[in-house]
Design a protein around this ligand. Structure first.
Ligand code: AMP
Length: 401
């Protein structure tokens, strides 16, 4: 963050979109903690931090009278916790822009921290509106974007606002820098072999990712619900497993493309199948290409776990996105846990670089207690996916100029 902060006011876009329980207690503060280094850096160098973020989707959950449910979506919910984590009293402004925000921002002293109300309480936010962005920009001398999780959205506070600052007045925060640096370790000249482990429910969500990965990975392991579309497309019998009929042709094309590029593509040889989508269902392990009607594959089987593990252990760079099964249910969590463990092992024992690329694989690695044992756990689900797909994220482009 190459900014001379002393005596300056810094408008910081953070991602404080944290989960809350029904009493508005924060149930997971990972995103707040992830922004602390940037905030601490600003205040310890004599700057004042004006924080802004969205929280939830207030425009989708309006009150009966059509107004915004301020009580539910206010950023006030994070103020006390942030104060505790920072060890400084954090001021709160009940509006995002306007007279009060301007007044509080103007009276902010060096080393102080102010948090503005939810950016999404303003219609201009999601539209990326200039007038709203300009009002935000007028609150500060500098703009820092540390909200990697929102960098794929061209909103006022993540993108438009940057145009009101000169190149030398805007920068990425440390979290943003870290996310970009670690994703680039996989994308640019990774140590080989490079293995991508892709899972999750649907092929359709990950088409662009798969297409891109096939261009440069050495090994592609496909697990989770999406594997069954590939298996069926190749003539397998998948019973009642999840399938996207209209993606079978694409699956065959991806397999062919992988072959043409010399990428080793692995599908699960066997599966844990169940007679219902339930943790109480009957289960057995069968060949993934011979699943009877009435049964569905909900996790990768023992042979697949062993084969996938072998590939991961031989890898020098690893990207993991998406669970290997319905890991939320204990009977179908084995495949995902095995991957979490073997990725951690390859990192710790073989010195592999491992990136856990967002979404449910992050939940899985945290659940397994292994987040500290892998190289990097991304905080941005959709944003990381788009970054890995090779898209230019508007929040990043706005700072780079
Ligand atoms: P995604 O958000 O695309 O990464 O998908 C994650 C979801 O996929 C999780 O909620 C898993 O329960 C689900 N999933 C993984 N494997 C399967 C499977 N074999 N059948 C159905 N759902 C699955």
């Amino acid at each position: 963050m190459n900014l001379d902060l002393n005596g300056k006011k810094v408008l910081v876009r953070v991602d404080f979109n944290v989960p809350l329980d029904k009493d508005y207690n924060i149930t997971d503060d990972t995103r707040i903690r992830a922004a602390l280094p940037t905030i601490q850096h600003i205040i310890s160098n004599g700057g004042a931090a004006i924080l802004m973020s969205h929280l939830g989707r207030p425009s989708k959950k309006l009150k009966e009278d059509g107004s915004i449910d301020v009580e539910r979506f206010t950023l006030k919910h994070v103020v006390d916790h942030l104060s505790k984590l920072l060890g400084v009293y954090v001021k709160f402004c009940e509006e995002t822009v306007g007279d009060k925000a301007a007044e509080l921002a103007a009276s902010l002293k060096p080393t102080e921290v102010l948090i503005l109300e939810n950016t999404r309480f303003n219609k201009g936010e999601k539209k990326g509106e200039e007038a709203f962005a300009k009002q935000l920009a007028e609150l500060a001398d500098y703009y820092v974007n540390d909200a990697f999780g929102s960098a794929h959205r061209a909103h006022a506070s993540t993108t438009t606002v940057a145009q009101f600052f000169k190149d030398e007045e805007k920068a990425f925060g440390f979290l943003m820098e870290n996310e970009i640096k670690n994703a680039n370790k996989v994308l640019n000249n990774p140590e080989r072999p490079l293995t991508a482990i892709i899972g999750g429910a649907k092929v359709s969500d990950k088409i662009l990712l798969l297409e891109r990965l096939i261009e440069f990975v050495d090994n592609l392991l496909i697990g989770g619900g999406m594997a069954y579309t590939f298996l069926k497309a190749q003539g397998g019998q998948i019973g009642n497993s999840l399938v996207e009929e209209d993606k079978q042709e694409l699956a065959l094309k991806l397999i062919q493309k992988a072959k043409d590029k010399g990428v080793n593509i692995y599908l699960p040889e066997d599966s844990v199948v169940a007679d219902a989508f339930s943790n109480e269902a009957q289960i057995k392990v069968v060949d993934s290409n011979a699943i009877e009607d009435g049964w569905m594959g909900l996790d990768i089987g023992e042979k697949a776990r062993a084969a996938f593990s072998e590939v991961v252990k031989q890898s020098k760079s690893i990207l993991w996105n998406g669970p290997m099964g319905v890991f939320e249910m204990s009977n179908f969590a084995n495949g995902t846990n095995t991957i979490a463990n073997v990725v951690a092992e390859a990192t710790q024992e073989q010195g592999a670089f491992s990136l856990i690329g967002g979404g449910d694989s992050v939940a899985a690695i945290n659940k397994a207690g292994l987040a500290e044992k892998v190289s990097y756990v991304s905080t941005g689900g959709g944003a990381m996916l788009e970054f890995l797909e090779g898209k230019e994220l508007p929040g990043i482009a706005a700072i780079k100029g």
